[in-house]
Write a protein that binds this ligand. Structure first.
Ligand SMILES: [Zn+2]
Ligand SMILES: [Zn+2]
Length: 152
């Protein structure tokens, strides 16, 4: 069949060469084109054009949803997560037993803020802040203990 090659052109125009392609919803009606989602033939009444692509009623919903999802990216980053990470990094170098716990607390509160507002990004930063905060707190306390242990 030559039909496939003309479809592959992607010109958006379909030649009805009378090869018996009818709308799968309306078997009496010749197909006007194929759905970009499921590749089934549909008539003009069934096809909806979304962003230069034709979709059937079933795939239309999916196409619109995908579009909405793509448009619903993060709207901003969570400030709390950034500041938690700053505290965490500084805590690695100085007063870890104070700054470490602050980073952990801020990290958890940032996670709460992000959970309440999924369009904020910074979840990774908050997690990193918590992990680094725990590490620097533990290392710092171990360091203090070690100092005392060596002195004795
Ligand atoms: Zn479809
Ligand atoms: Zn139809």
């Amino acid at each position: 069949m030559e039909y496939n090659s003309s479809v592959a052109e992607g010109s958006g125009k379909y030649h009805d060469e009378g090869d018996g392609m009818n709308c799968i919803k309306h078997p009496e009606t010749p197909a006007a084109g194929t759905c970009a989602g499921c590749a089934e033939p549909f008539c003009n009444a069934c096809l909806v054009t979304i962003k230069n692509a034709k979709y059937c009623a079933d795939c239309k919903g999916l196409a619109v949803k995908k579009d909405v999802m793509a448009g619903a990216g993060p709207v901003g980053s969570c400030e709390e997560a950034s500041s938690a990470l700053k505290y965490a990094i500084v805590s690695l170098f100085c007063i870890g037993f104070i700054l470490g716990p602050i980073a952990i607390i801020k990290g958890f509160s940032a996670k709460k803020i992000i959970a309440a507002n999924p369009r904020l990004e910074g979840g990774g930063k908050a997690t990193a802040a918590i992990i680094i905060g725990i590490i620097s707190t533990v290392l710092n306390i171990l360091g203090i203990i070690a100092k005392f242990a060596i002195k004795d």
